[in-house]
Every structure is written in C-alpha cells, then in structure tokens.
Design a protein around this ligand. Structure first.
Ligand SMILES: [Zn+2]
Length: 301
C-alpha cells in the first residue's frame, strides 16, 4: 500500500507563493504579522533555506508592503518572480504575461542594493500552475524565461493550503469555532497524506522518490499551522533541502511539453503527457471539494 509508506528520508524544498498578499486577512491580523509568523515558524524548525515567490500589485497604493519583502530577505530567504499581477497565462496570452514577468523583475531589482539575495530573483513560479493551454503560449513564455536566465520552480507537492486559508477566514466570519478546531486538528493529517501521495506518484512515474518542491502560500491559516506541520514532518524523518538542491535533480529538467488548463504540477503534467493514470493515488480524504464545504453558508460580511 504505497499511500501508507513512511515519510522517512523524503526530501522537501519549501516554497512560499503570493508574498506579500495571499488570501483574505482575518480580523486583527496584518500582512506583516503573517510574514513574521511564517518566518518564525521556519526558523524555529531549523529551516534555513526556503524560497519566496512575489507579486507586486500592491504597488503603488500599499507601497509599505515592500517592507514584507525585506522581512523575508532579512531572514535569509531569497525571493523569486511570480509575476506582478498574478495573471493566468491561459487568459491573458504570452505577450501580456511576459510583460508582467518583466514588470515584477524591475520591482525586485529595486531591492538590489538592499540585499545580495536579490541576485537570486531569476527563479519563476507560474501563477495557478498554469503553463499554457496551447503549446504556442507555453513555448513563448519558456523561451523568454530561458533567454533571461530564469529557472522554472516547478511544484511536485502541496496540500491545498490556500483552500484551508479560504475556509478558515470563512469560518472566522461565521464565528464557527467548532469547524476551526476541526481544521486545526486535521490539516497536518492532510499534509502527511498529500506528501505520501506525492512519493507514491514519484515512484510510479520515475521508479524512485524524487526531492519534492512544496508549494504553500503566504496565508493566514499557514501562520497558525506551519509550525505543527514542520514538526510532524521532522518527527517522521522528512529532510528539508533548498530549492536549488531540489532543482539539481534531473527530474526538474524534464519538459513535459504538454498544454493544459486548470493548473497542474510537474508530476501531473508528466503523467498526462505519458498517459499514466494517477487517479488511484490521489489523497481523497481531504479533497478541495471537502475543504471548500467548510462554513460555505457563512453570510457575507
Ligand atoms: Zn500564486
């Protein structure tokens, strides 16, 4: 039963998307609080190497949020490019998308004199994990990234933390503490099951456990839960590595050359391109549909 396999020896590089503005803000929590809380959880668990992916659409109205980039840089975590406005390549097309990458590049470059880590900004994460619904879009963006010396930071594992954050803020607004308690108790189990499933998928596709790249977000529920997840993974023998170490694995040189809609991580793309069925390995207990049900009936505030 591969889904019950131990996590011992699983290698994971942690990446955090949508810095500085992910999801809704709960009452009493600021964007600065979220950044500081995540950095503290990482540091408390000995994670010296994590990688952030940034947007810039808070500029110029909330330019103080540039200070959140500095929180991550001060902690020693490099920042990469997640586009300025977080557009979906499938919707806006390659030309607009590429201009949006360049716009974020210019914003990050303004911090060059602030931190030497800004030199590592040529790392790219696609918003929504959408790399193009036509090969022409896909190839145009890839050509731009290659020409400008970017590496693509693919994703191989996540536990839909963004859906948990959305559910959490809905439940807060509904004053549904019972659901929040349930979520706090179970999100770690979801994280375990998702990582085990990613190992099983890796075994099916490549016959070995690849080093994973975890996608998580700069979100409110992550602040409450990251420490617990890191501790339980550490206790199960998970090893935390840098994004660069993960990307050195040959698996991250694969280009599935596959056009698709609706967000796919690298493993899903490889499986689809090779017509390999993964449906029996999906971690079913905490599906997006189930998480999206929490506090769904909450009145809008
Ligand atoms: Zn994003």
């Amino acid at each position: 039963m591969p889904l019950n396999d131990s996590l011992e020896g699983t290698r994971v590089a942690i990446t955090i998307d949508d810095i500085p503005d992910h999801g809704d803000l709960p009452p009493g929590m600021s964007r600065m609080d979220i950044a500081n809380g995540l950095v503290r959880s990482l540091k408390d668990n000995g994670i010296d190497q994590a990688f952030g992916f940034t947007n810039g659409s808070f500029m110029p109205e909330n330019s103080a949020e540039l200070g959140i980039f500095k929180i991550w840089l001060d902690a020693g975590y490099p920042l990469g490019n997640h586009t300025f406005d977080h557009p979906n390549l499938n919707e806006v097309g390659a030309k607009v998308f590429i201009a949006n990458i360049a716009k974020q590049e210019r914003l990050l470059a303004t911090l060059s004199s602030y931190s030497p880590l800004i030199r590592e900004r040529f790392m790219f994460r696609y918003p929504y994990l959408d790399e193009g619904d036509t090969l022409s879009k896909r190839n145009a963006v890839r050509a731009y990234l290659a020409k400008n010396h970017y590496r693509i930071a693919e994703v191989t594992t996540d536990y839909y933390d963004w859906a948990w954050t959305d559910a959490y803020t809905r439940c807060l607004n509904a004053h549904d503490q019972k659901s929040i308690d349930w979520m706090m108790t179970h999100v770690g189990d979801d994280a375990d099951q998702s990582l085990r499933a990613s190992n099983a998928i890796s075994m099916r596709l490549f016959g070995r456990r690849i080093p994973h790249i975890l996608l998580m977000h700069d979100g409110a529920f992550d602040v409450l839960t990251l420490d617990g997840i890191l501790k339980r993974w550490h206790n199960q023998g998970v090893q935390f590595i840098s994004l660069k170490e993960a990307l050195a694995d040959p698996v991250y040189s694969i280009n599935p050359n596959y056009a698709y809609q609706d967000g796919m991580n690298l493993l899903d793309q490889v499986a689809a391109a090779r017509h390999i069925d993964l449906s029996d390995l999906e971690p079913a207990e905490y599906s997006i549909d189930r998480i999206n049900e929490f506090c769904k009936a909450a009145p809008a505030h």
